[in-house]
Design a protein around this ligand. Structure first.
Ligand SMILES: Nc1ncnc2c1ncn2[C@@H]1O[C@H](COP(=O)(O)OP(=O)(O)OP(=O)(O)O)[C@@H](O)[C@H]1O
Length: 831
């Protein structure tokens, strides 16, 4: 049986630049090209200027970014709106050491030691003591109201931002509760400035909702005065449909009860929900842990309080607007400072046919998957937004469970045709969907599903590239655009340019959107666009917590410093061509030796190793010299499959070399060790995605198992700088990078390559003979300006990573584990 390769092959279809340019050259006859959707940072700009899809039905035009930013900027801690009187600062003998960071004026509460967090009044950063008994509770709360910034072993950092507070309100939190819970967890009374910031942000966000019921649009609010204010507006007022259900055009009804919905695959779905109220309550009580008691005593918010709150029924007021006015009303609300939340009341949608889909009984979603979905369905409706889970943590099943909850027609968009096939297979594996009701729309497949409701899985490029559509493809697009969809699942949202989302969300009429990603970061800082094009971040899992629970592998990360040989270094310094400079540090013989040594060592330990190189010249040179298989953009599909199959099943093939086409979605659970010899400058996203290839290691639950991630860096070259920038995201997730300056025993490796000066000189001569193109990455145009801008950014912000001293075991929280022991034996680790 062929091995599972999720999107493996995703990137295997050629380079991003080649794809982008091929989209521009018109072939003789219309041909659908979805061969690659490699939306790397560089390809993004190429794709941005694709024409909008032909005949796209503009349902709701995306909000103008300037307006969005204007609103967001209104709510910063420095804005005039935040007018708290400056705190009275008393200076003492050490104040000068701290300058404006002297927070001695914030008096600690008497029982501060038992409270786990502290909040910076100047910038809204919250520091959490992750070792506190209340940390788990506080963490749940903080991930709802703030952005996780950094979560290493002992102290976590979160930041309150307008977007995070917007997301908090969107899952039903009240600003008073936010302030009171922070206060109960906090070592200091919540600073007045923070209270004002929270009140200002939440005062405007989430007050107004746009709800689709029976395919009629309603502007909804709990606050009748708010609706009156909107109705008095010269643009919104006239848009109201006069004489709606309630005659006056304002309808009053009961708010849905929180938690009334049961998400499939959860414990509730399995039985608790069916228990009578009293039995369920008793079960809940019995499950209360000691930690919860501590929580209650410190916060004063026991479960009973929560239950009481749940029982409160707020009236909901609404008025109806025609679908043609939706965009205008949305924009005007935003201008007034009341951004509109979008929710889908799918249980009352009787116009769109139901889809017969449920999770299979054996499908049990994991606690973090359930938590993420509860943020989406918290009040019984579907909120649009983004769920962030580490690579290999099961985003696909989260998407499938969302579809099983909504039970309406679904569109899934993925980044490559292989991912599309994978998504369909996973739907069939986890749910009882009739295979005829799930269709694929790619260049090879354009069948519709059977029946009134169904699922279409396609790629972003199939849906947005309107230039050269074949007849069948046009028909399929018409089908996609002519009907309403209950849910749009957007896979790997971090790689797709905002302009593509804009085209997608404006051309496919969908009631709710779910974005999925592991790394919600972009080097081009276009993340804020996603907040408004898809929705706020609903949930972000903690990588370390998932690793501790065995859902993803524990990984030891190391940066191996490889000194340049004198002859390579003097050429490197002398070389004026940037690309050739790069080639010199990638082809550094000491780096080659380190790779050879690590491959040898890990193969002997029984590991399966992936070696990544963005540079194809180096990829081939290393692989050929070491006699290992390699795959890059030009490797034919059949050969790729053969290599990957051998890697998985053949115990003689334990190492493969991959270019960056294997960065994402590659599902090789056999891989346990990763060695990176060349990479995409300072890309934090690539580093995290590559790490993701070993997070799903099959052996992750073996006692003391660790996967290994080595980044080989040529010392005293530009590569050192890029490497530190690349690690920033993973360091924030709690990974500690050990610096290894010498691999003990390397000198004694039999057959060590380039051990004589003559061999090294020969290699240098070969490298010098290469033209500048050999130094370029696969499918990448070297962009000196971008290169420099990374430098400038780093100077501006300062490097965020820290190099660790001492033992890796300690810093990675892995004391006493077998992994670090192996390291200590193997590596003479010194800083
Ligand atoms: N609740 C679950 N129970 C059992 N297996 C699960 C569960 N959730 C996910 N898995 C399995 O975990 C593996 C990884 O899942 P998936 O491919 O969806 O990860 P991912 O988050 O999309 O990763 P990537 O970002 O690397 O694509 C799959 O083999 C999947 O079947």
């Amino acid at each position: 049986m062929p091995p599972k390769r999720k999107g493996a092959i995703a990137g295997f279809a050629g380079s991003s630049a080649a794809t982008a340019s091929s989209k521009r050259t018109k072939p003789a006859a219309p041909v659908d090209d979805d061969s690659s959707d490699d939306y790397s940072t560089d390809s993004a700009s190429e794709i941005e200027d694709l024409a909008p899809p032909e005949g796209a039905v503009r349902t709701k035009k995306a909000l103008d970014k300037a307006t969005v930013n204007a609103v967001v900027n209104r709510f910063t801690l420095d804005s005039p709106a935040v007018t708290a009187a400056p705190a009275v600062r008393t200076r003492d003998s050490v104040s000068h050491l701290f300058n404006k960071h002297d927070f001695a004026y914030l008096h600690m509460k008497p029982d501060h030691a038992s409270r786990p967090l502290w909040i910076n009044p100047e910038n809204g950063i919250i520091v959490l003591e992750s070792f506190s008994p209340l940390a788990a509770k506080a963490q749940d709360f903080l991930t709802t109201i703030a952005e996780p910034m950094s979560r290493p072993t002992f102290l976590h950092e979160y930041k309150l931002t307008p977007h995070s507070l917007y997301a908090a309100v969107s899952v039903g939190l009240d600003p008073r509760d936010i302030i009171s819970v922070i206060d109960r967890f906090s070592k200091i009374p919540v600073p007045e400035k923070i209270i004002q910031f929270i009140t200002n942000c939440t005062g405007s966000y989430g007050k107004v909702k746009l709800v689709l019921k029976d395919n009629r649009y309603f502007v909804e609010s709990n606050d009748p005065a708010m609706l009156q204010r909107l109705l008095q507006d010269p643009i919104i007022g006239p848009a109201r449909i006069q004489g709606g259900d309630a005659g006056s055009g304002v309808i009053k009804e009961s708010a849905p009860k929180m938690g009334a919905l049961v998400i499939p695959g959860t414990k509730n779905a399995a039985g608790t929900a069916q228990l009578g109220g009293a039995a369920a309550a008793a079960e809940k009580k019995a499950a209360a842990t000691a930690a919860e008691d501590v929580f209650a005593s410190v916060t004063g918010l026991g479960d009973n309080d929560q239950d009481d709150e749940d029982e409160d029924e707020d009236a909901v007021h609404s008025f109806e607007i025609p679908s043609g006015e939706v965009e205008k009303v949305q924009k005007q609300c935003l201008d007034l400072g009341y951004p509109v939340l979008e929710e889908y009341d799918f249980r009352n949608d009787r116009k769109n046919s139901n889809l017969d889909i449920d999770l299979k009984p054996q499908a049990q979603i994991r606690s973090y998957q359930e938590k993420s979905l509860s943020k989406m369905f918290g009040n019984g409706r579907a909120k649009s937004g983004i769920i962030v889970l580490p690579c290999g943590a099961g985003k696909t099943l989260v998407g499938i469970t969302a579809a099983c909850t909504i039970k309406k027609s679904v569109v899934v968009l993925a980044t490559s045709s292989m991912s599309v096939v994978q998504w369909r297979q996973e739907f069939i594996k986890w749910s009882n969907i009739n295979p005829e009701q799930i269709a694929i729309f790619t260049s090879d497949n354009k069948d519709k599903f059977r029946g009134d409701a169904g699922i279409i899985v396609s790629t972003y490029s199939m849906v947005t590239n309107g230039r050269n559509r074949s007849h069948d493809s046009k028909k399929m697009m018409d089908f996609l655009q002519s009907r309403e969809w209950g849910l749009l699942i957007l896979d790997e949202v971090h790689v797709v340019p905002a302009s593509i989302f804009r085209q997608v969300v404006t051309s496919i009429a969908t009631h709710s959107k779910l974005g999925l990603t592991a790394t919600l970061l972009r080097e081009d800082d276009k993340i804020t666009d996603l907040n408004f094009l898809i929705g706020p971040k609903l949930y972000e899992a903690n990588w370390m917590e998932l690793a501790d629970q065995g859902h993803i592998a524990k990984v030891q990360c190391a940066e191996v410093w490889c000194p340049m040989t004198p002859e390579f270094y003097s050429e490197y310094l002398r070389e004026p061509d940037q690309r050739k400079k790069v080639l010199h540090y990638i082809m550094n013989p000491r780096k080659f030796q380190a790779a050879q040594f690590l491959i040898d060592y890990h193969e002997k330990r029984g590991d399966k190793i992936i070696v990544f190189s963005d540079n194809v010249y180096a990829l081939k040179a290393y692989a050929l010299k070491l006699q290992k298989a390699f795959i890059y953009g030009e490797t034919p599909q059949s050969e790729r499959l053969k290599i990957l199959e051998n890697f998985q099943l053949n115990d003689k093939v334990n190492t493969i070399f991959l270019s960056k086409i294997g960065d994402t979605s590659l599902d090789l659970p056999e891989a346990t060790c990763l060695i990176q010899i060349s990479s995409h400058y300072g890309s934090r996203r690539q580093e995290a995605q590559r790490l993701g290839r070993i997070l799903r290691a099959k052996r992750r639950n073996d006692e003391g198992f660790n996967a290994f991630f080595y980044s080989l860096v040529s010392k005293d070259t530009q590569e050192m700088f890029y490497s530190s920038k690349r690690q920033a995201f993973l360091v924030d997730q709690g990974y500690a990078f050990k610096v290894i300056t010498h691999l003990s025993g390397i000198e004694n490796l039999p057959g060590l390559a380039y051990s004589t000066l003559a061999e090294r000189k020969e290699l240098l001569a070969e490298v010098m003979l290469q033209n500048s193109d050999a130094g370029a990455e696969e499918g990448d145009d070297f962009d000196g300006a971008k290169n420099l801008s990374y430098n400038a950014n780093m100077k501006k912000r300062g490097a965020k990573y820290k190099r660790s001293m001492g033992r890796l075991a300690g810093v990675s929280g892995g004391d006493g584990m077998a992994g670090p022991l192996v390291w200590r034996m193997l590596l003479d680790a010194r800083v």
